[in-house]
Ligand binder design. Structure first.
Ligand SMILES: NC(=O)c1ccc[n+]([C@@H]2O[C@H](COP(=O)([O-])OP(=O)(O)OC[C@H]3O[C@@H](n4cnc5c(N)ncnc54)[C@H](O)[C@@H]3O)[C@@H](O)[C@H]2O)c1
Length: 163
């Protein structure tokens, strides 16, 4: 257990998907600078339709190092945001190890560059599965831990629907 941090997010835990590199790494470091511990979820494996290399395990380890250099804890999890069960396991592991989740950053994504009239259905579907459904699965897996923490966040009940 590391020493309590100062900063606006001292004592909080942030889960970030796509946290191995790029904007996800930047979010992780910035949140750690403000005192948060982080859970870094990343596929760290090729994505078939992405026309470039996604992150690798060394990228994920580098983000862990950058966060730990700020004296914050970083839990690295290799998981695919298309896999709800894997995300749920990541959340359960994070709560067991870091005690709570307060912030969710659904950042993982890929970019397809094909013109719409040339893109094949598999490429389209993979992008939707990661960028759209993956964001929903991330929130679906992680948000209950925020609500159950009782320190903020809220769930939407059908009883509160407009009418
Ligand atoms: N950089 C930009 O200008 C820009 C612009 C618009 C949107 N975005 C979006 O912002 C996010 C971050 O962009 P970036 O530039 O840092 O990209 P990036 O490719 O450097 O980082 C994305 C990360 O997501 C991970 N990832 C990809 N698919 C995954 C999956 N199925 N499950 C778990 N992890 C997965 C990758 O391994 C990578 O580490 C992406 O969603 C991207 O589409 C970026």
């Amino acid at each position: 257990m590391s020493a309590p941090a100062g900063g606006r997010l001292a004592g909080k835990v942030a889960l970030i998907t796509g946290g191995a590199r790029g904007q996800g790494r930047s979010h992780a470091v910035r949140l750690a600078e403000e005192g948060a511990d982080v859970v870094l979820v990343d596929i760290c494996a090729p994505v078939a339709s992405a026309p470039y290399a996604t992150a690798d395990p060394a990228d994920l380890e580098q983000t862990v190092t950058l966060v730990e250099e700020l004296d914050r804890r970083a839990l690295a999890v290799r998981a695919d945001v298309r896999d709800l069960a894997a995300l749920q396991a990541a959340v359960d592991g994070a709560v067991a190890e870091l005690g709570r989740i307060d912030i969710v950053v659904a950042n993982a994504g890929i970019a397809g560059y094909a013109p719409a009239l040339e893109m094949d259905e598999t490429t389209w579907q993979e992008m939707i599965d990661i960028n759209l459904t993956g964001a929903w699965k991330t929130v679906r897996a992680a948000a209950p831990a925020i609500v159950e923490g009782g320190r903020g966040g809220r769930s939407c009940s059908p009883a509160r629907s407009p009418g």
